[in-house]
Design a protein around this ligand. Structure first.
Ligand code: HEM
Length: 136
């Protein structure tokens, strides 16, 4: 039987981002700084608590594990049940797009390479769309 060769250069997002939690911390900080200051994200900013420290910490921990690094969120809080945790907030296409807008702007501003931005944003779009609990 013919062996299927391992996919060339298949690495995790964690590795693509530098292989340590620090770049994810930098990305998340920028993401929330943008959400906190850009009018285009005012809709989703208003869903979040006034004080964003805990939001920053949780997204950092979650994305570190999600991207293939240490499972910081799960070690601390257990299974994320991410969709269920978002049910109290009305999330439709506009909220999803605002979230992605902040994330993609943050990726550009911290200087990620274009191919990394493309891959990462496609994968995160799927997660963001899965959070939708409103049809439009
Ligand atoms: C689609 C648009 C989204 C909106 C409007 C949204 C909004 C929110 C809000 C209002 C909270 C509660 C406040 C907080 O704890 O920060 C929250 C929590 C959280 N969100 Fe999102 N979110 C979205 C997408 C995502 C995505 C795509 C991810 C992951 C890739 C994510 C990860 C998290 C995490 C890890 C928490 C903390 C959960 C907890 O332990 O309480 N969110 N989100």
């Amino acid at each position: 039987m013919q062996k299927i060769p391992a996919e060339q250069g298949a690495v995790t997002f964690y590795e693509l981002l530098g292989g340590s939690p620090e770049p994810i911390r930098v990305l998340v900080e920028r993401f929330y700084d943008i959400m906190d200051s850009d009018e285009r994200a005012a809709g989703i900013r208003s869903l979040h608590p006034q004080e964003l420290t805990s939001s920053r910490e949780k997204l950092f921990m979650f994305l570190t594990g999600w991207s293939g690094g240490p499972q910081l969120y799960i070690e601390r809080y257990g299974h994320p049940f991410l969709r269920r945790r978002h049910l109290p907030f009305a999330i439709g296409e506009s909220e999803r797009d605002q979230w992605m807008y902040c994330m993609i702007r943050a990726m550009h501003e911290i200087g990620l390479a274009e191919p990394v931005i493309n891959k990462l944003s496609h994968a995160l779009w799927d997660v963001a769309d899965f959070m939708r609990n409103q049809s439009a």
